[in-house]
Ligand binder design. Structure first.
Ligand code: HEC
Ligand code: HEC
Ligand code: HEC
Length: 459
């Protein structure tokens, strides 16, 4: 790093650290970073015992248990040195030298500067209550169960620790990029993954499936992404999870906003919005219709008026909508005047080419808790608190009706797709390979050997 860059970096990131080398304000800084990094999302199971672990994190290769990271010497990270803590966060290596799975977002946290790691360490050692409670072991199918294999993965896909500022950009843009790529780990959900589950950097932020949900394209492209939003729009969405007439946050985005983003300072939220809106989508042209202006009001009450509830009608979607949704979203999908119940047209959830969010909203509902208030839509899957349960066939029929009239009429939903969303999303092809396992490996080896021998002979 040249002198100008390092001076720039120092100005950007070390103000808080140099003002308070230790003590309560260092712990406060660490706490703020832990909130920005949403450590609690995975490491807290019960609010009474923050960071005591035990939560199973669904991944396309199986469930991975987030461990106890309280300073308990017996069951947590109480014996971690600062260096070991830094290596867990930025290199994915546990104190005993074993590799962590990237379900722990160390590929993003690699971006943390030394001084921010120092503050996080102070917070976890001195600001968090130790909890003596062991978390269960993770069991993945062979050969993914071999943690050692992650070393090769890291060689290919893990960036070196720390943040390299871009001196041609403003301090706020750099602060935004530092947070987006690091603590806030937006790309772990919004960037599509390749065959080995790595984030595909050339397509950064162009949208990806995350479990049951779809994290949409959030590049600055005005057609494929959110380039039609102002910086203020994006800041409002990140703080409240709601942008009238455009988008709402449910699923994992609602959790990230409720636990994390809403608590960040205005300066940090604005910096993140500035950076995200500057990210290009290299593969999509910037002209055409965006997902925020699709669909129109529609109703078909005559389809079932006067029919007994058990008589099949031609437009079953209209009946399902009217019986389950119209009371809140309006008879024509227009929503409520105050916008609390959103319009289902001009809505990203129904206009995406990927219908997961329409399906997942019906099955799981919406739950969000921010300073702007509590937001709740009941689930229609068969959760214990569901007011009505719809089966896969009904959810598919209703989804297709919504997409047809209010959103993306080129997307089509099958009952199998609903079943997959209900189960928690697609499974990685890696698991199928793993199931072929040893036998597959032996066959592959024989094929490779065969090719080598054949080449020798024909030479
Ligand atoms: C998206 C989920 C997720 C988030 C967010 C997350 N972690 Fe983790 N973390 C995990 C999982 C899962 C594991 C266990 C991985 C494994 O067993 O390979 C883990 C393991 C760890 C470990 C290793 C502990 C041990 O078992 O010895 C440490 C330390 C850790 N996390 C700290 C943090 C801190 C600090 C933050 C916030 C800055 C954080 N994690 C945020 C999922 C997460
Ligand atoms: C844990 C996964 C996760 C993380 C982390 C995450 N997002 Fe999201 N995001 C989602 C999902 C899923 C949705 C879709 C929510 C919905 O429509 O109900 C979404 C929706 C959005 C939307 C609305 C887009 C639209 O068209 O509706 C924006 C903007 C957004 N995210 C920006 C961000 C930014 C910026 C960050 C980091 C500061 C971030 N997200 C971090 C999962 C995530
Ligand atoms: C009790 C009122 C209520 C009922 C009934 C209801 N909704 Fe909702 N719906 C809401 C609320 C509240 C939101 C979230 C608004 C927000 O996020 O700000 C919402 C959001 C949505 C969204 C956007 C979700 C996203 O991720 O962006 C869709 C799509 C939706 N509802 C569809 C439906 C469908 C289909 C039905 C019928 C099966 C239905 N709703 C029934 C209250 C309701």
């Amino acid at each position: 790093m040249n002198f100008r860059l390092s001076l720039f970096a120092a100005l950007l990131f070390s103000a808080a650290a140099s003002a308070a080398p230790d003590g309560p304000s260092l712990i406060k800084q660490g706490e703020y970073l832990a909130v920005a990094a949403d450590c609690t999302a995975c490491h807290t199971t019960s609010e009474q015992q923050p960071f005591a672990g035990g939560k199973a994190i669904a991944s396309p290769v199986g469930e991975i248990i987030a461990t106890n990271i309280t300073p308990s010497k017996r069951d947590g990270i109480g014996n971690y040195s600062e260096q070991q803590f830094a290596d867990a966060l930025r290199k994915g290596v546990r104190a005993d030298g074993a590799q962590l799975y990237p379900a722990m977002p160390y590929t993003a946290y690699a971006t943390f500067t030394d001084s921010d790691i120092h503050a996080l360490y102070a917070y976890f050692m001195q600001g968090v209550q130790p909890v003596d409670h062991a978390s269960p072991e993770t069991h993945l199918p062979f050969p993914l169960s071999i943690r050692f294999s992650m070393r090769f993965w890291n060689m290919l896909f893990l960036n070196p620790p720390g943040y390299q500022p871009d001196s041609s950009r403003s301090a706020s843009w750099n602060r935004g990029r530092y947070l987006v790529e690091g603590a806030a780990h937006c790309s772990t959900c919004h960037t599509p993954r390749g065959f080995l589950m790595q984030e595909q950097q050339a397509d950064a932020f162009t949208g990806a499936v995350v479990g049951s949900w779809y994290a949409p394209n959030v590049t600055g492209n005005p057609v494929s992404g959110i380039g039609s939003w102002s910086q203020q729009d994006l800041a409002t969405y990140l703080r409240t999870g709601h942008l009238a007439g455009k988008a709402q946050a449910a699923g994992s985005m609602a959790e990230a906003i409720s636990h994390s983003f809403q608590h960040l300072t205005d300066d940090d939220i604005n910096a993140m919005a500035e950076y995200i809106l500057s990210v290009p989508d290299r593969h999509t042209p910037a002209t055409g219709a965006s997902r925020f202006g699709q669909g129109q009001p529609y109703q078909n009450l005559s389809a079932f008026r006067g029919e007994a509830f058990t008589t099949p009608v031609a437009d079953e979607g209209a009946r399902l909508y009217s019986a389950n949704c119209a009371s809140c979203h309006g008879s024509s999908g227009q929503g409520s005047k105050d916008g609390y119940y959103p319009s289902l047209f001009n809505n990203s959830a129904t206009a995406l080419a990927h219908p997961q969010n329409t399906i997942a909203t019906i099955l799981f509902g919406v739950e969000r808790n921010t300073a702007a208030g509590k937001v709740f839509m009941p689930p229609f899957g068969n959760q214990p608190n569901a007011i009505n349960s719809l089966n896969d066939h009904q959810v598919a029929t209703l989804s297709n009706w919504l997409l047809q009239h209010y959103g993306n009429n080129t997307a089509a939903v099958t009952p199998e797709q609903v079943a997959e969303v209900r189960r928690g999303g697609p499974v990685s092809p890696l698991v199928m390979l793993a199931q072929v396992g040893v036998a597959g490996g032996v066959v592959l080896l024989l094929v490779v050997l065969g090719v080598v021998l054949y080449r020798r002979r024909t030479r």
